[in-house]
Design a protein around this ligand. Structure first.
Ligand code: GLA
Length: 721
């Protein structure tokens, strides 16, 4: 029987699609393929797995030379130093940043991993490495996210030998850049209220370490890197990038060896790290995600954003667009009570707010930051009838109810601490260092974990809570742990237990949403983002500063997860910006209001109502569309970002003028990501006039925005006709 031609044509992409994971037995070579990148490894004649390629897409493995094993350059420069070993164990003649290092009970530390076998299962590849002597195994797991252009690496270390081992380092893997370019590293660093500051610098011989030793992801560095060919720009040039999914101590070492290799090794921080493994036990590394863009840093970010939306966030593409939120913190700080919250809720509802979140101050003796953390019972003076009347009232106004919690912490002035002083992290008989008058609970302990789970579960069961703002307002100190064999395990077990609490809570309360906050952006990474809907970008809500923070944030994370509030002025830096400017800055993420609505004028409320209504029209495009950073706040007086919806039907341009000088008018802004052949109906957000303009003109000649003075701003809405 003949197959109809049409059917063949329809089936072609399926029939002729290349597998995502391919193995060439003759060359002992693995080729992983995403739609936009390829990654190759081979087993050399000595049995070592060598990295062979990472970059733009290749379609046949035939072209890639097999792994040769290299050669010894001198007795000081062994072959292992130059072969790009995929997962370097510390053993034999190896001196580069190792991916795994152990000590056996008998004191032996040498570990030499050779290829043992592999398994391909659809888009997954597992390569099993075994020590040349012992039954110690490392399985390198790769998952190919084809359309998204991302490869995930994890490593599983298994002790099947007869003696216990101590793991001193387990990394998720190493990424190798092609030889011979003048590479440049991009990373973000910062501190409280100044997160996500983007820096680019040349890579030189030596090692640059980005890390956290603070117990949480930290404001200081984010577990992400991008390396470009030295000349990439926002929309052109080659960029290799990667990010870790881990919310505890992490480490990324960017190393240019004297042999001109550029390699990036990342995973669990080795600082003060230890994990004992008895025979039969295993340890898995956190995931390390990597990708490649031929369209510069913009292409990199769009890939990351899409990947987060489809594959990282708890409900992926099924998760709802972020609702417009109101948060009471900056309005009331600790002075919350039922009448005050009711009145704010009424005002918020009238503006169009959809989620009302009561922040700190509702529990225990929490009248300031010196007491109450740990006592998660409703304060009877502030809420004589519990939280139910308020939560129901908020619901009756058409909004969801959300609640602030900081479950990992305790004030020494709390009933919990008085009952369980040993639950706080401490080092025996030594002072306990307080920050913000609080101590960290040792959540690595299973009894503490169970207690915290019960507290949160009870709250979520008792009240109609749709959303927890989960805060964590200080890093670890004195991370001791009495009566356990290895106190250093605290770092690892703490994070695993936090993850477990969230996972169990979400499983039991499927509608519950969570925001990850850690004094602003102290816990933002791909590990926590698998468990929360959004993250608090920064405690700095001052709109001009926010442009810079959001610029750095957007390199890595999608606008949908970026909480952004409109707050009162003057704010940080004593700066005052117009309400419209503050709205337009915050409308580039998940919009929230954090202002004291009791102080707003009727004109403020009218403006806010209009802006919130406009936001609801464009939020799908902003939150889930493609971002083009047209003009960076690092570059000059004018900042511009454009968002194009997935289906291309809508686009929004945001433009901000910092300060005009010499009556200079801003330059035309050339748009991106439009269809040159299509016509767009263009309108200033909030104004009635519309004009039809071709995509070609908008992208080639650009649009002129009428901005003048200081902190002026505008947004253009484009609907494709
Ligand atoms: C942290 C958060 C703020 C607020 C306070 C409450 O600083 O980042 O948004 O919730 O705690 O104490």
């Amino acid at each position: 029987m003949r197959t109809p031609a049409l059917l063949l044509l329809l089936l072609a992409p399926v029939l002729f699609a290349q597998p995502r994971v391919e193995y060439s037995a003759s060359k002992k070579l693995f080729l992983l393929r995403t739609d936009s990148s390829s990654y190759a490894m081979g087993v050399n004649p000595r049995g070592e797995v060598q990295n062979l390629y990472w970059g733009g897409p290749l379609w046949r493995s035939d072209d890639i030379p097999a792994a040769t094993g290299g050669r010894e350059l001198s007795s000081f420069d062994p072959a292992q130093s130059v072969i790009n070993e995929e997962f370097e164990a510390w053993g034999g003649t190896r001196y580069l940043e190792p991916a795994v290092k152990i000590t056996r009970a008998d004191g032996g530390r040498d570990l030499v991993l050779h290829y043992a076998s592999h398994k391909i299962d659809g888009d997954n590849l597992s390569i099993i490495l075994k020590d040349v002597v012992d039954d110690i195994f490392v399985t390198l797991n790769y998952r190919v996210f084809g359309p998204e252009g991302i490869i995930r690496k994890t490593a599983l270390l298994e002790n099947k030998s007869k003696q216990p081992i101590h793991v001193e380092s387990l990394q998720s893997g190493t990424w190798y850049l092609p030889h011979g370019e003048d590479y440049r590293l991009s990373y973000v660093h910062g501190r409280w209220a100044a997160e996500s500051q983007l820096t680019r610098e040349a890579i030189h011989t030596g090692t640059k370490v980005l890390e956290s030793r603070k117990g949480h992801t930290s404001h200081n560095f984010n577990p992400w890197f991008a390396i470009d060919d030295g000349s990439a720009s926002e929309e052109s040039g080659r960029v290799w990038f990667g990010a870790l999914g881990w919310s505890g101590n992490w480490r990324i070492a960017v190393e240019q060896t004297p042999y001109s290799q550029v390699r990036v090794t990342g995973g669990l921080n080795t600082f003060d790290f230890a994990a004992p493994l008895k025979p039969g036990e295993s340890l898995e590394s956190p995931p390390f995600y990597g990708g490649y863009s031929e369209n510069g840093f913009g292409g990199m970010s769009r890939r990351m954003h899409r990947f987060e939306l489809t594959d990282i966030l708890p409900h992926g593409l099924q998760s709802r667009l972020r609702p417009v939120l109101y948060n009471s913190w900056e309005a009331t700080t600790f002075a919350v009570d039922e009448p005050g919250q009711r009145s704010l809720a009424e005002k918020a509802a009238k503006l169009g707010v959809e989620l009302f979140v009561m922040d700190d101050g509702w529990f225990g003796k929490r009248n300031n930051d010196r007491a109450g953390l740990g006592d998660w019972t409703v304060n009877p003076q502030k809420f004589p009838n519990g939280l139910e009347p308020l939560a129901k009232y908020v619901n009756s106004l058409g909004m969801d109810f959300g609640l602030w919690v900081e479950p990992e912490m305790v004030n020494p002035d709390s009933d919990l601490y008085r009952a369980h002083p040993d639950w706080a992290m401490h080092s025996t008989d030594r002072p306990r260092s307080e920050l913000r008058n609080q101590l960290v609970l040792n959540l690595a302990r299973n009894d503490v974990k169970e207690y915290i789970f019960e507290v949160l579960d009870k709250l979520a069961t008792q009240y109609p809570i749709r959303y927890f703002k989960w805060d964590m307002n200080r890093p670890f100190a004195e991370p001791g742990w009495e009566n356990v064999a290895e106190p250093k395990e605290l770092w690892l077990k703490y994070v695993k237990n936090v993850y477990e609490i969230i996972d169990r809570l979400r499983a039991k309360h499927p509608n519950l949403e969570i925001e990850s906050c850690s004094g602003g952006g102290g816990r933002i990474d791909l590990g926590i983002l698998q468990r929360v809907e959004e993250v608090w970008t920064s405690d700095n809500t001052e709109a001009f500063d926010r442009l810079g923070i959001q610029y750095g944030f957007s390199q890595i994370y999608a606008p949908k997860v970026m909480s952004a509030w409109v707050t009162d002025v003057p704010n940080m830096n004593s700066r005052s910006t117009p309400l419209r400017y503050r709205f337009l800055v915050a409308m580039q993420g998940a919009l929230g209001i954090g202002a004291n609505l009791n102080k707003w004028t009727a004109a403020d409320a009218t403006m806010a109502t209009g802006m919130i209504a406009a936001y609801k029209q464009i939020r799908g495009t902003v939150q889930e569309g493609n971002l083009y950073r047209l003009l960076s706040p690092q570059a000059g007086e004018l900042t511009a970002n454009e968002y194009v919806s997935q289906d291309g039907k809508q686009a929004v341009l945001f433009a901000f003028l910092h300060s005009q000088q010499y009556r200079q008018s801003p330059p035309a802004i050339r748009l991106a990501g439009l269809d040159p052949k299509a016509t767009y109906r263009v309108q200033v957000v909030g104004q009635p006039n519309k004009q039809d303009v071709s995509g070609a003109f908008l992208m080639q000649s650009g649009v002129t925005v009428r901005l003048a003075g200081d902190y002026d701003s505008t947004a253009l809405l484009l609907e494709r006709l």
